[in-house]
Ligand binder design. Sequence first.
Ligand code: PEP
Ligand code: MN
Length: 337
Amino acid sequence: MIIVVRPDATEEQVDHIIKKIKDHGLQAHISKGTERTIIGAIGDESILQSLPLEAIPGVEKVLPILKPFKLASWEFRKEKTVITVGSQEIGGKRIAVMAGPCAVENKTLLIEIAKEVKNAGANFIRGGAFKPRTSPYAFQGLEEEGLRYLAEARERTGLPIVTEVMDPRDIDMIVKYADVLQIGARNMQNFRLLKEVGLCKKPVLLKRGISATIKEWLMSAEYIMSGGNHSVILCERGIRTYETATRNTLDLSAIPVLKQMTHLPVIVDPSHAVGKWDLVAPMAKAAVAAGADGLIIEVHSNPEEALCDGEQSLKPKSFKQLMEEMKPIAAALGREI
Ligand code: PEP
Ligand code: MN
């Protein structure tokens, strides 16, 4: 850790900073320039990381050398994390495609959509039984009944289930049905929820918060991992910007940035990013080209009547076409779809 001392700091203040470092068992390396003094704290930096060092008089800036996230970093794990769910993989050669309606609406419709996405080559069925809606008057999800329908869709198609968990009180029930637990964008920093899913044995799909930085997002992954659950999938789903032409702004650069920072698999949700069905395919293809390990896409057989996110849902036919069009892009990157 490097501590930059203010130009007007007194000798006493500098001595006090050095004492603080030594009191915590680290060594202080002092470098006095003509204008500035810089102090290097040598030793276990993590001891100092939780202290408000910038509150010490005379300190101008503290520059940590260690990353604040550990388990998610390449320093902790040298190989890419590949998460296995039944016969499916996330983070392997094959690009994992999760597809299905925004919300589970009824059994017949869900099974119909599950069969369609399976036929198009999807690897997982997605569908929310607990929905984080902006309005309390909007459809909130079928809850356990919806989970039962998802389990039936899995039985009929063999596709594992990805579904959202919104509240720690529902986890025990949801884990009985789900194969992958989704943490939605609005809950990325719900730390109680993150800690609870960190104790689960099921993989967690962690969506990026609506206005979260990549570092904050990785810290949320770290919360889950520090509980013992190392199966975390990061999902870029667009962030809020000043642009209104799309629902959110898809940060595709997050994919290569994350690949440099973490061994965890990174997937993309083009549906919630763009919010409009005819913009989904180009961004899904771009995500594959940028190195995404997977995609999560909303598909509905009758988007006009959908109870949630119909405007951004692909019809099964367009989804199938997209799957075909992504194949050569995946192949160009040495991957499969
Ligand atoms: C969803 O996947 O249906 C959803 C609500 O996503 P997000 O949390 O990214 O808005
Ligand atoms: Mn949705």
